[in-house]
Design a protein around this ligand. Structure first.
Ligand SMILES: Nc1ncnc2c1ncn2[C@@H]1O[C@H](COP(=O)(O)OP(=O)(O)O)[C@@H](O)[C@H]1O
Ligand SMILES: [Mg+2]
Length: 410
């Protein structure tokens, strides 16, 4: 079927989608190159070239990942074979950006259909959360068809606000509590973040955060920005990202990455891949506004490790730039913003309070191991800061210490 790929009310391209599989089978015409999704085109000889595979992969990556827990059950209840098939049923609309598809000849406008200002159905969310499929009047209009990530989740309108409700993984369900701990620590450090709170439903914990995307702004993942051009020989991924952001004009990126790497170190985040952070741009003017508030920090605090592993800290992995947190922390260029004393005033109580009522999932000894490991990392961070200050004083020039030779290895 023929559709227009839309960015709000801008017609970006005319495309053909095979409705039975949900995949793009043809691109008839590009009508607005500038509004193509970031990472689906590149500039060559002053002409924008669109990769059909890139557009298709952008489109299919809008669908719920097949690896999401509970997806197979949901698909069988819905009687479809893949999550890509669900995309056309909600016009590809999301609550993280402003792209959608309009059936050709349809008069509908962005204002009529977007989920930021129009209500959406709970039906898909219910099925994703394991409830039976409603027999009559099932409504597919929901941003749950386009949500990313492997944890069970759904969008809900709570007190008029669009909120992402996200579960954790068995047996500890620790991601939900971890989001709250990371939020509390970022609040202490004045790091721009999206706050998470905890709710319980049928005795299971869920983290809840508000949509940080608005009717004017949208989220573009670091992965999409990285795919704007290949990595040059002299770049590692960290430098590639900083350079591309400078090339396209995303402001204040180094400072924001310093803060993200620091919080990831403190909570030992194991899942900061390139889709778990990104940049905000104005969807109308396409102007880059800056780094997005930090979200998805719950895969941390040894969330899937045994208590003994939390204590030893040996098996903790690190993303996106380095394999260990100690190495990655060395990429931080400046700690002047960091008030380490803000981490010392009853941080233990802050962590413990996030786990109130969670004894069934996180027992006393596990919680104490978590508290101790955070305190140890804060002590290490303090040592790193002092080392950094003294190096900076000796070098007299920050650029001399920004990137060690070892960090440049590719
Ligand atoms: N508060 C939010 N506002 C808008 N988009 C969000 C928000 N939180 C997450 N997202 C989007 O939803 C995706 C999935 O959420 P995330 O928290 O990363 O889930 P998971 O823990 O399963 O990876 C993110 O990659 C991001 O694109
Ligand atoms: Mg994620």
């Amino acid at each position: 079927m023929n559709y227009a790929l839309m960015h709000k009310n801008v017609v970006v391209a005319l495309i053909n989608i095979d409705d039975s599989s949900g995949t793009i089978i043809g691109i008839d015409e590009i009508l607005n190159e500038k509004h193509l999704p970031v990472g689906t085109s590149y500039l060559s000889h002053h002409k924008v070239e669109l990769h059909r595979e890139a557009l298709n992969s952008w489109w299919s990556n809008r669908a719920i990942p097949a690896s999401r827990k509970g997806v197979d059950d949901a698909l069988s209840k819905l009687g479809v074979y893949s999550t890509t098939q669900l995309l056309t049923r909600c016009l590809g609309l999301s609550l993280s950006d402003h792209y959608w598809i309009k059936p050709s000849m349809s008069p509908i406008k962005w204002e009529d259909v977007n989920f930021f200002t129009n209500d959406f159905s709970d039906d898909i969310g219910d099925v994703l959360f394991g409830y039976p499929k409603k027999d009559i009047g099932f409504n597919y209009q929901s941003p749950d068809n386009t949500s990313d990530g492997n944890l069970i989740k759904r969008w809900k309108i709570i007190d008029g606000k669009r909120c992402l409700v996200k579960g954790g993984s068995a047996p500890y369900h620790q991601e939900t509590f971890g989001e709250v701990v990371a939020s509390n620590i970022m609040k202490r450090l004045n790091i721009c973040h999206i706050p998470y709170t905890l709710i319980w439903d049928e005795k299971k914990p869920y983290s809840v955060c508000e949509d940080f995307v608005t009717t004017e702004t949208e989220l573009v993942s670091a992965l999409k920005v990285m795919s704007l051009r290949p990595k040059a020989n002299h770049e590692n991924e960290y430098i590639q990202l900083i350079n591309i952001c400078n090339e396209i004009g995303v402001p204040s990126i180094v400072d924001a990455i310093d803060k993200m790497l620091t919080i990831d170190f403190i909570v030992a985040n194991e899942d900061r891949h390139f889709r778990n952070f990104g940049f905000i741009r104005n969807a109308d003017t396409l102007e880059w506004i800056g780094f997005s508030p930090i979200f998805d920090s719950g895969s941390s605090l040894g969330y899937n490790k045994l208590t003994s592993q939390i204590i030893s800290g040996e098996d903790i992995v690190c993303k996106p730039f380095k394999k260990t947190h100690n190495e990655q922390l060395r990429l931080v260029t400046n700690f002047d913003w960091l008030d380490i004393s803000a981490l010392k005033n009853n941080i233990e109580d802050d962590i413990r309070s996030a786990f109130v009522g969670a004894e069934k999932y996180v027992d006393e000894s596990r919680l104490e191991a978590i508290v101790m490991s955070v305190k140890e990392r804060i002590s290490y961070l303090e040592m790193m800061m002092e080392n950094h200050h003294s190096k900076k004083n000796k070098a007299g020039n920050l650029s001399d210490i920004q990137i060690d030779d070892e960090d440049m290895e590719i």
